[in-house]
Design a protein around this ligand. Structure first.
Ligand code: KIV
Ligand code: ZN
Length: 520
């Protein structure tokens, strides 16, 4: 007899734990764009942020709560009255709200971080779950997480879970907060929890990747009875990140024979979601990253190429189309008209109004006069550059010029608007990009801004491709990552630098207005 499969709930925490990746600082508008794509992808729960942690997070959660129709929208909250109140305030207009409250249960966290006893932590956990139900008048689903569960004393952990379920928790989450667990022991832990809790609540897991085991641990947990996994797009998150959504979903899809569950993820949306998150977070995806890396479906060796041409199954365990990867096609050129452009926009999922369309069309014609072949990625970049963020940035690039090559000393001139005022910088450097960065620093009188990371790559094929530059900057202990795109690599580098400066400004503004939110 065929086994009946159970639903596995996909809880996406890209916008909360993923945003805790060092250097990532998404605006509420960017979070909303990602949330809408997550809804298209078919995740069940979107953890949109940590309402009390900053006004920006609060705003992002409320906007996402208002606009998302199908998914549950969730906010994190410590087991504290002010956190749970803030979470509910941000979520109250959601069609399906969820409050996610947590407290640590391991002795090391209780002793050194919270400085409370096991009994006190249990009491607070039960109180938090009851309070979350009460304040939302039963409208919100309540999830409870035992932070550092995998390093907690197991009988105590079971008691805590039993008590919160008794208090009304709908979901109990088992985080491997520091990525310490091994797959076989995590399986045993989930099995014990399932034996104690039975079907009184959904068991969830939340695995970090410090030992590279987050996905393996999540999969073993599913085998032991977990029916919710918490994960992020591209596996972004604190330190080595969280379990990658695309890897868990595709493991279950490809190895259906081994799992008693199904997901409602539309796998064809995976690649697009990965690209969007990478672009907006400024965190580049490694070429060899499973499912979404550039090389995940590339075949280099002659033997492999021959095999794949005869039958793709020789070296491919899934089709690139299944995860939404198509050969990047040449789509448009300088002769393409309005109709073709409009059709392409629709195909890529952009719905622009008349005014936005006209703006985009002018930009498209400008790009087409510089670039022979326009790829899907070029168009996505163009639209995102035009409408990606509602923020008026502090710094805007007006023009730049570089002299370099042969025996000339690389020299850059740059004109930038700083809060509407034009600033001019002139500098030399080791190469054209170095000269440009020195010119920016001169123009803006920047001190103590450190370039921590710089990466460049071509977005599409051909020497006229769009260049994508990723930079990470550090100032006063704050790190931010950002990117810039343009067919001209020096301009892309300048845009990346200015975008990162704009992010630094936004981060500083929020932190100055709400100092009490720091260090949560
Ligand atoms: O890693 C962790 O323990 C968390 C919890 C707040 C769920 O992110
Ligand atoms: Zn986490």
């Amino acid at each position: 007899m065929k086994e009946r499969k159970e639903k596995l709930y996909i809880f996406d925490t890209t916008l909360r734990d993923g945003e805790q990746t060092p250097g990532v600082n998404l605006t509420p508008e960017e979070k909303l764009v990602i949330a809408k794509q997550l809804e298209k992808l078919g995740v069940d729960i979107i953890e949109a942020g940590f309402a009390i942690s900053s006004p920006a997070d609060f705003k992002a959660i409320s906007q996402i709560a208002k606009e998302i129709e199908k998914c549950e929208v969730c906010s994190l909250a410590r087991a504290k009255e002010e956190d749970i109140k803030a979470a509910w305030e941000a979520l109250k207009e959601a069609k399906k709200p969820r409050i996610h409250t947590f407290i640590a249960t391991s002795d090391i966290h209780l002793k050194y971080k919270l400085k409370i006893s096991r009994e006190e932590a249990l009491k607070r956990a039960v109180w938090a779950v009851k309070f979350a139900k009460e304040i939302s008048q039963g409208k919100a689903k309540v999830e409870f997480s035992a932070e550092d569960a995998s390093r907690s004393e197991v009988n105590y952990l079971l008691d805590v879970f039993e008590a919160v379920v008794e208090a009304g928790a709908d979901v109990i989450n088992v985080p491997d907060t520091v990525g310490y667990a091994l797959p076989d022991e995590f399986y045993e832990l989930i099995k014990k929890i399932k034996e104690r809790i039975k079907d009184k609540a959904i068991i969830s897991v939340h695995c970090h990747n410090d030992l590279g085991l987050a996905v393996a641990n999540s999969l073993m947990a599913i085998k032991a009875g977990a029916r919710q996994v918490e994960c992020t797009i591209n596996g972004i998150g604190e330190r080595a990140g969280n379990a990658a959504l695309e890897e868990i979903v595709m493991a279950i899809f490809v190895r259906k024979d081994k799992f008693p569950v199904y997901t409602d993820i539309d796998t064809t949306q995976i690649y697009r979601t990965s690209k969007l998150v990478s672009r907006l977070s400024g965190i580049m995806v490694s070429k060899t990253k499973p499912i979404v890396g550039d090389n995940a479906f590339a075949h280099e060796s002659g033997i492999h190429q021959h095999g794949v041409l005869s039958n793709p199954l020789t070296y491919e365990i899934m089709k690139p189309e299944t995860v939404g990867r198509k050969e990047s096609q040449i789509v448009l050129g300088k002769h393409s008209g309005r109709h073709a452009f409009e059709k392409k926009l629709k195909e890529l999922g952009f719905n622009l109004n008349k005014e936005e369309f006209e703006k985009a069309f002018i930009k498209f014609k400008e790009l087409a006069s510089n670039k022979k072949e326009i790829y899907d990625a070029d168009i996505e970049t163009l639209i995102e550059n035009l409408f990606g963020s509602e923020h008026k940035p502090k710094y805007e690039l007006i023009s730049h010029q570089v002299i370099s090559g042969g025996t000339t000393i690389p020299t850059a001139t740059i004109k930038i608007k700083e809060n509407g005022t034009e600033k001019l910088g002139l500098a030399i450097g080791n190469g054209p990009v170095d000269a440009t960065y020195n010119a920016i620093k001169k123009a803006l009188n920047l001190e103590n801004v450190k370039l921590v990371d710089f990466k460049i790559r071509a977005l599409t094929a051909g020497t006229d491709a769009q260049a994508e530059v990723y930079v990470t900057l550090e100032k006063d202990g704050i790190k931010v990552a950002s990117r810039g795109q343009d067919p001209d690599i020096v301009k892309a580098s300048a845009l990346a630098f200015l975008n990162a400066l704009n992010r630094l400004e936004r981060k500083k503004t929020y932190e100055k207005s709400y100092p009490e939110c720091q260090g949560i």
